[in-house]
Ligand binder design. Structure first.
Ligand code: ZN
Length: 688
């Protein structure tokens, strides 16, 4: 539940900058390429732009640390197919068919049909499956089932994921409706209230069971008096077998065994070059979890991981976030290797050193505050590789672990991923977005001056303080808010950040240069939440994704509650709609009031309160405004979503076979990277 995605796909940075030099100039040098010499944009298709990110200072790591990063990176790539299969049970079959055709088709590749086929394959790579990574809707190909059948039949059946060559027709019969019929599995995650969310979601966490059956199944395991509950259901699929409901557990010897075994193999190599004893223990406990699937071991691992604050290299690898489960229990496989940016982390250390002050002074009811904020450790990191749920679309901040009681008793680790934010901002230079959507030159200038600072600080505060703040009242079930839990949790973290960005404490601590800087973030937040994030929504659709719902909720609530005092409003000029903030001080008050209410809902497990807030302010879209925003956005020719390609790491060995260095290069494009990943890291059967 704890990751921050970029607020807008477009950052809002504006300096003129030309980036015409070729990426090739920067390849495999011993010094990191500078931002000015780096080619950030790699590819554009459909509604997606693919970027590259730099890994500055990788060369300053010790040889042992580089080797550690290398093995953790390998472990991060081995789970790719797990995430595909979790997203939908047809994903691996369809992806491998598309790739088989793409690499072997010998016919005419100059046609519109072929271009649409290529775009669809890229969309599947971007989404880790056939449903859009953000909107959850099935991606409908812009070519026909007949064309696809012709392509499939023209390729040697041995190149397709069909065991028996004669069975191609049979195989196609299975996957064609899933690809082409809009009525079959239309949504990966359905959150429409009143429907059976398990039956109507295409995600592959359940088979043959109803929502009620799943809820009963897990309610029987839960003990309301348990103060340290396991994360029930986190690492399994629930299926009906011979009339009985059972869990198929992800582990060595269980579901996804071949991929998990390979992850374990790389983790063993990583453990051997760990930086210190604590880190070694972390890796070994994770290995034990993958071997047993035991959720108690997962909690042990999470606790050891929180305690490891000395290592420079760190990683995420496992079943982590529950956004794509309609019931918020089952976790998607995710990985990221990173290392600490020591200089930039001084900023986050100031924040975590003052964590108790922030908790004590928040506008939240004292019953819901933590008496003692424990172990909030925050750092700025450099991502070295993205995998699973974090690739190609990736967060800019993360706060883990997710278990409420581990956070309560042991604290959490919070990170701001600055090299990813850098790529977003650099790729947005001078794209015209701010000039189009901001009310006046004043807002544009303010954003230019402050927003790189305030963006990063918002992420720090959201992750380090926001998610770590507050507590549940005794006896309140952590799953009480069900489908609204993620939205409420994200709103809580955002509001905490927004409230404190405007506090005099920020300037006092030297985190912001003056008392005007926060206005840049306030304006951008309101503009995005109420308006410009609609560029990511198809006409006629509601808002689905938790972070988007949270931003709409906050912005629309503030617009309505601020009406009487004219705090913030929509204004028209030349037939265009803009957000105008008239009173920033009162806007801060409103954020504080909503923070108090959201925390009350979370702390008391008030499902009805959550439902009312989210459904009233966070889901619905004003169709006229939506249409206008889409048209204005279209005219700018920008992509509303962004993904990344990873750098390539190579072990350098001497003639005795000893590792002497790890080289990093940035020369792979989106297509070659995904095809390579499918060759090197694809060991699961198509049906799991
Ligand atoms: Zn978050």
């Amino acid at each position: 539940m704890k990751k921050l995605l970029l607020m807008t796909a477009l950052g809002a940075t504006f300096m003129a900058c030309n980036n015409n030099k070729q990426a090739q100039e920067t390849l495999a040098e011993s010094v990191s390429p500078s931002p000015e010499n780096f080619q950030y944009t790699v590819d554009k298709f459909a509604d997606i732009e693919i970027l590259r990110y730099r890994v500055p200072d990788f060369e300053t790591l010790s040889l042992k640390q580089k080797e550690l990063v290398y093995y953790l990176n390998q472990a991060a790539l081995e789970g790719r197919d797990i995430f595909y299969d979790q997203n939908n049970k047809y994903n691996l079959a369809i992806r491998r068919t598309l790739e088989g055709i793409y690499e072997n088709y010998a016919g005419d590749k100059s046609t519109e049909d072929w271009k649409n086929f290529e775009t669809y394959l890229k969309q599947v790579w971007m989404a880790n499956g056939i449903h859009h990574h953000y909107s959850e809707d099935k991606i409908i190909p812009k070519f026909s089932a007949e064309y696809f059948t012709t392509l499939a039949n023209s390729v040697d059946p041995a190149r397709l994921p069909v065991q028996d060559g004669a069975a191609v027709a049979e195989f196609l019969k299975k996957i064609l409706p899933v690809m082409f019929d809009p009525k079959v599995m239309p949504k990966r995650l359905n959150q429409a209230s009143g429907q059976d969310l398990v039956k109507t979601s295409a995600v592959n966490f359940y088979d043959g069971v109803t929502q009620e059956e799943v809820e009963d199944f897990y309610n029987k395991m839960k003990n309301p008096d348990d103060n340290t509950p396991l994360s029930y259901g986190l690492n399994s699929k629930v299926v009906l077998k011979n009339g009985t409901i059972i869990e198929e557990v992800y582990k060595v010897g269980g579901l996804y065994s071949t991929a998990i075994s390979r992850i374990v193999g790389w983790l063993e190599k990583a453990a051997a070059v760990a930086e210190n004893a604590q880190q070694k223990k972390v890796i070994e406990t994770l290995i034990a979890f993958y071997r047993t699937g035991d959720l108690k071991t997962f909690d042990d691992y999470s606790i050891e991981w929180v305690k490891d604050t000395d290592s420079q290299v760190d990683f995420i690898n496992g079943f982590i976030e529950t956004y794509t489960d309609p019931l918020g229990m089952k976790a998607a496989w995710e990985a990221m290797t990173n290392f600490k940016n020591v200089e930039a982390s001084k900023r986050t250390h100031i924040i975590s050193d003052n964590a108790q002050w922030f908790e004590d002074n928040s506008p939240v009811d004292s019953r819901f505050k933590k008496e003692e904020v424990k172990g909030v450790s925050a750092k700025v990191i450099t991502a070295a590789i993205l995998g699973g749920d974090s690739y190609p679309s990736t967060p800019i901040g993360i706060n883990l672990p997710n278990s409420n009681w581990i956070r309560r008793d042991y604290g959490s680790k919070s990170v701001t991923i600055e090299n990813i934010t850098e790529a977003y901002n650099r790729a947005s230079l001078g794209n015209g977005f701010a000039e189009e959507f901001m009310w006046s030159a004043e807002e544009v200038e303010r954003a230019k001056e402050y927003s790189e600072k305030t963006d990063n600080l918002h992420t720090d505060l959201h992750e380090c303080l926001g998610h770590a703040s507050g507590k549940l009242l005794p006896g309140v079930d952590g799953d009480a808010l069900k489908a609204y839990a993620s939205t409420v949790e994200e709103a809580r973290a955002d509001l905490f950040a927004l409230y404190y960005l405007a506090d005099a404490k920020m300037v006092e601590l030297g985190l912001l240069p003056d008392d005007k800087a926060y206005k840049a973030e306030y304006y951008k937040y309101m503009m995005n939440g109420a308006m410009t994030q609609l560029t990511r929504i198809q006409p006629g659709k509601n808002i689905e994704e938790a972070h988007m719902r949270n931003r709409a909720l906050i912005a629309n609530w503030a617009l309505e509650k601020g009406k009487a005092d004219n705090v913030v409003e929509f204004k028209q000029r030349d037939g265009k709609t803009y957000i105008v903030v008239n009173d920033y001080v009162k806007l801060r008050d409103l954020f504080g009031q909503l923070l108090a209410e959201i925390q009350r809902i979370k702390s008391t497990g008030d499902f009805a309160g959550a439902e009312k807030l989210v459904e009233t302010y966070g889901v619905k879209v004003n169709p006229a405004l939506h249409k206008e925003v889409l048209a204005r956005y279209e005219a700018l020719h920008l992509s509303p979503y962004r993904g990344f390609v990873n750098p390539v790491y190579t072990l350098v060995k001497n003639d005795k076979g000893e590792v002497t260095d790890v080289k990093i290069s940035y020369d792979e494009n989106f297509v070659s990277q995904n095809l390579r990943y499918s060759r090197q890291y694809s060991v699961l059967p198509i049906w799991n």
